[in-house]
Design a protein around this ligand. Structure first.
Ligand code: GLN
Length: 279
């Protein structure tokens, strides 16, 4: 997959945005956005379909603070939500989020098509997932962390023992890491991160393996009795999943991503959610 050159970016986005907005005005045509052939050589890449006209429809697991979660007022908020809004704005679209879905259903949902255009879900780009969906350029670096009761002397060595219950979110890179690195422990895959952390608090599980930024955020916000006992430098990168049948959308997302990196929007969003741009 080649993405559009920077030179074509504004022309293409302009055309895409204008037509997508035209769709909003009730043209009644299918949600297909097409660049102008006579002026833009990247027409094929600039052409994309949307599940809903004028809308960038997202699907994610919405219990992954600070990336995507439901706040006290019932709103879907987080780093990925702000990122998604910024991308949509560059594309002349608005943003909608489907109701919460289990993490391990996200890649299949994008692969099948018809429900959501993209999944921005703190999702790590991996070779296995790349067989099913395309990913945007990386937008954030991440690692794993082992969470256990504060003051416990647990670590990746002591947890790799019979009888140790180590939770993870089903289908995540943490899930895979446990399989590969803690073969002697009992892995407990769960749909919900909060349930897993609660289980450590109550003594049901010994530990959880989860993305480090989420571990740090959830401990700071709600689980002062837990701590990150070990950081695991997996060197993961988050990307936005897009259907392989929608290469034009992938190209447009990559160009919008480059634009928000360049104009300072990405730094603003990082600052807002992490208090630093160094993440
Ligand atoms: N980054 C991890 C993965 O992609 C976890 C993502 C998540 O739980 N939302 O598997």
């Amino acid at each position: 997959m080649t993405s559009m050159t920077r030179r074509n970016f504004f022309a293409t986005l302009g055309a895409a945005g204008a037509l997508a907005l035209a769709g909003c005005n009730g043209s009644g045509e299918p949600a297909q956005t097409t660049g102008d052939q006579t002026t833009d050589q990247t027409t094929d890449e600039a052409s994309y379909t949307l599940v809903k006209e004028g809308v960038l429809t997202n699907v994610a697991e919405l219990g992954f603070a600070p990336f995507e979660y439901i706040d006290e007022d019932g709103n879907t908020v987080g780093f990925d939500v702000d990122l998604s809004n910024a991308l949509a704005e560059k594309l002349g679209l608005t943003c909608e989020w489907l109701p919460n879905q289990a993490f391990d259903t996200l890649v299949p949902t994008i692969q099948q098509g018809g429900k959501a255009d993209i999944s921005i879900a703190g999702m790590t780009i991996s070779d296995e997932r790349l067989e099913q969906v395309d990913f945007s350029d990386p937008y954030l670096n991440s690692n794993q962390g082992i969470v256990a009761a504060a003051g416990s002397d647990l670590n990746s060595e002591s947890l790799n023992a019979e009888g140790m219950q180590v939770a993870c979110q089903t289908g995540t890179t943490g899930d895979e890491w446990i399989s590969e690195n803690l073969p002697n422990a009992t892995k407990v895959p769960l749909a919900d991160v909060t349930a897993a952390l609660m289980g450590i608090s109550t003594g049901l599980y010994n530990a959880m393996v989860i993305d480090l930024p989420v571990a740090q955020n959830m401990i700071a916000e709600s689980f002062s009795d837990l701590e990150v006992v070990e950081e695991i430098p997996t060197g993961e990168q988050y990307g936005i999943a897009v259907s392989k049948d929608n290469p034009g959308l992938l190209a447009a997302i990559n160009d919008a991503l480059a634009a928000i990196e360049e104009d300072g929007t990405m730094d603003e969003i990082k600052q807002k959610w992490f208090g630093t741009t160094e993440i």
